[in-house]
Design a protein around this ligand. Structure first.
Ligand SMILES: [Mn+2]
Length: 310
């Protein structure tokens, strides 16, 4: 049992995925509070050295480290759709909390709820099922993941349970205003510049049903925006009535290409990205590949998307 494993472990490493979002980090932060209560030694690990400063409102944010401790005896991963997303490989028992369809139960114990809107929902359910008291810090951490992964309660997967969980977390002390302020009202100049440039160069295909964005190295250098910041325009493109699928390809140093796909759910994004060794959700998915000719690749993907639309 996962609880027994936690009980007998002394030093537990909580793992958020590379370039963590509020869901991955929020889940880990909620667990951090819980494990401290159990008087465990805890490490909050993430392979990314610089984490999005917009997440600094999360409790324990300052504890994030990219150094994996030598004396750990247990790991818990959050929101990692595949084992590779952990960013490390260790022969340690692993508890796997996630909500991605692509998750193949790589943990020793797995809490995968593909119906959950966020991984924090899976963690919340675990706390509730095991009578684990949720304090204010834990509530805020869980709420942050819920707000972010539900696109501020606008994603199609939002249902009565989403709002019930939101209600309970607010009662338990989550600060809604702080979450919104940090997650949505602190956009950097770099992100606004990137957004302007990207919306200007957006191309539409397939009778306006597919929006395509190309992010070259120059755009990233000139605006100073992160890839995560660039990806926000995908959701904006989907806000257009005709657009059902939005694709972004980002040129990476060394010849790689990072693909991000968002859909309205009619086309299964994770299915298309699986063809390129990637994964994710039905509505949003990504992959990283090495491809010599980006234009050929885009053409190939467009054919695939067109087929899926019919
Ligand atoms: Mn998530």
């Amino acid at each position: 049992m996962a609880l027994e494993l936690i009980e007998k472990s002394e030093h537990i490493v909580l793992i958020a995925h590379k370039n963590p979002d509020a869901d991955s980090l929020g889940s880990a932060c909620a667990f951090y509070s819980y494990l401290l209560r159990l008087r465990k030694k805890v490490t909050l690990f993430c392979t990314s050295a610089d984490v999005n400063p917009n997440l600094a409102f999360l409790p324990w944010f300052e504890k994030i480290t990219d150094r994996f401790p030598d004396d750990a005896d247990c790991m818990i991963s959050f929101d990692c759709g595949s084992y590779g997303r952990l960013g490390i490989e260790r022969e340690l028992p692993l508890i796997n909390f996630d909500h991605h369809h692509s998750n193949d139960f790589y943990g020793t114990y797995n809490f995968i709820d593909t119906g959950a809107i966020s991984t924090t929902e899976a963690v919340y359910d675990f706390f509730v099922a095991n009578d684990i008291k949720i304090n204010g810090k834990m509530a805020l951490s869980l709420y942050a993941g819920l707000v972010d992964d539900s696109k501020c309660f606008s994603a199609p997967g939002c249902n009565a349970k989403t709002f019930e969980m939101a209600h309970r977390l607010l009662v338990l002390g989550a600060d809604h205003a702080a979450c919104i302020e940090w997650l949505y009202r602190r956009r950097s100049l770099a992100s606004l510049r990137a957004r302007g440039a990207l919306l200007k160069q957006m191309r539409l295909f397939l009778d306006g049903r597919l929006a395509v964005f190309e992010v070259g190295m120059t755009l990233l250098e000139e605006t100073g925006a992160s890839i995560a910041e660039c990806k926000q325009v995908l959701d904006e493109a989907l806000g257009m009535r005709s657009v059902r699928v939005a694709l972004m390809y980002v040129e990476r140093p060394g010849g790689g290409v990072k693909l991000s796909l968002r859909t309205d759910g009619g086309v299964d994004a994770s299915k298309i990205m699986a063809c390129y060794g990637g994964g994710g959700h039905k509505h949003r998915s990504g992959a990283r590949i090495v491809h010599e000719n980006i234009q050929d690749l885009v053409k190939e993907m467009m054919t695939m998307i067109q087929k899926e639309m019919q």
